[in-house]
Design a protein around this ligand. Structure first.
Ligand SMILES: *[C@@H]1O[C@H](CO)[C@@H](O)[C@H](O)[C@H]1NC(C)=O
Ligand SMILES: *[C@@H]1O[C@H](CO)[C@@H](O)[C@H](O)[C@H]1NC(C)=O
Ligand SMILES: *[C@@H]1O[C@H](CO)[C@@H](O)[C@H](O)[C@H]1NC(C)=O
Length: 315
């Protein structure tokens, strides 16, 4: 019911031009405003992006040059107009900068080969809420297609996977910490892209395992990497191509890592310290190939199957 309400509201959202020139909300800066269902209805040509469901129970989603925030009951909290068209295939991610005991919450999103940072505290104030966190310097080469981003509040870093370039780790204030490609030469051995270096690049959204201070990311050849959050060091690389080349990764926070190969309805449990496959199980058809299962606080792995939610096993 709530979901339906949510999508009906989205259809009523006027495009950016109507939002920024409305006279009804003059107290707000032009890029921020609340929502009124009495606005003239203009059919938008833009698709709605993948949503982020924040810890604050708000739902954040992008469309065209707008970022929308909805309350959990479906009413709209705010809209901001961005200068760039957001990438609807990449969900925004939530992060926060810790200063003393206070966390300043932020939202990061991908728009036109840039990563934008939205400072939630500035919403509704005269300060600009959106800033370019990562993007091409004027006059320099294009940075390439962004495949995925993640933010670790505990490690204070933003990870950006750029197609054919590699994984880049930035501090929350924008300084580059390190970068890594999918191939590493170490004492004469090649690590990563073992079968074929040509056209081999990181293809997945980097997944952060807070417990292990690890990052998991996979390449076009079906290899899964565990990297250290703190340096471009490969902890291990596991070749999972015999199971499939496209999979999602869910940290178990219990010494295990779950890999779901949706096309084969398989789930694998890996040891986080070595990448060894401990067991594999069949889970039946999943409702979507790109939604990762989640692990609840009791260690149960939950997956959305077609028309049902399945509890896989207590781990
Ligand atoms: C939805 O929730 C918000 C914030 O919690 C509240 O201000 C608003 O009145 C609620 N709207 C409806 C229709 O219940
Ligand atoms: C958007 O453009 C305005 C005007 O050029 C500028 O002041 C603002 O900083 C820009 N915002 C972002 C997120 O680039
Ligand atoms: C490696 O990949 C490239 C591009 O996909 C392909 O043309 C080439 O034949 C591959 N080489 C081997 C040894 O499989």
């Amino acid at each position: 019911m709530e979901i339906q309400y949510f999508f009906i509201l989205i259809l009523l959202v006027p495009p950016a031009s109507v939002i920024s020139h409305s006279a009804a909300f003059q107290n707000f800066p032009s890029y921020v405003r609340s929502f009124s269902a009495q606005e003239p209805f203009v059919k938008g040509a833009y698709r709605l992006g993948k949503p982020l469901i924040g810890d604050d129970r708000r739902v954040y989603t992008c469309s065209g040059m707008n970022l929308f925030a909805f309350e959990s009951n479906g009413s709209m909290a705010w809209t901001i107009v961005l200068n760039y068209t957001c990438n609807v295939g990449i969900a925004p991610v939530r992060g926060g900068a810790r200063k003393l005991l206070v966390i300043y919450w932020q939202i990061y999103l991908v728009a036109e080969n840039r990563v934008l940072k939205i400072n939630l505290l500035n919403i509704g104030t005269s300060d600009s809420a959106a800033e370019v966190f990562f993007g091409p310097e004027p006059g320099t080469e294009r940075p390439g297609e962004i495949i995925g981003i993640s933010v670790s509040t505990s490690s204070s870093c933003v990870l950006i996977n750029i197609k054919n370039r590699g994984l880049f780790a930035y501090r929350l204030h924008g300084q580059l910490l390190w970068s890594a490609g999918p191939v590493l030469y170490q004492s004469g051995y090649r690590q990563g892209c073992r079968k074929n270096v040509t056209d081999c690049y990181f293809t997945s959204v980097p997944v952060i395992d807070q417990c292990e201070a690890s990052i998991y990311i996979s390449n076009t050849g079906g290899e899964l990497y565990a990297l250290s959050v703190h340096s471009p060091h490969f902890k291990w690389i596991q070749d999972l191509s015999s199971f499939g080349k496209i999979f999602t990764v869910t940290p178990g926070n219990n010494g295990r890592l779950y890999v779901t190969v949706a096309v084969r309805a398989l789930v694998l449990a890996l040891d986080v310290s070595s990448g060894t496959v401990l067991w594999q199980g069949n889970i039946g058809p999943l409702s979507s190939t790109d939604i990762a299962p989640v692990v609840d606080s009791n260690g149960n792995l939950m997956a959305c199957r077609i028309r049902s939610i399945m509890k896989l096993r207590k781990c």
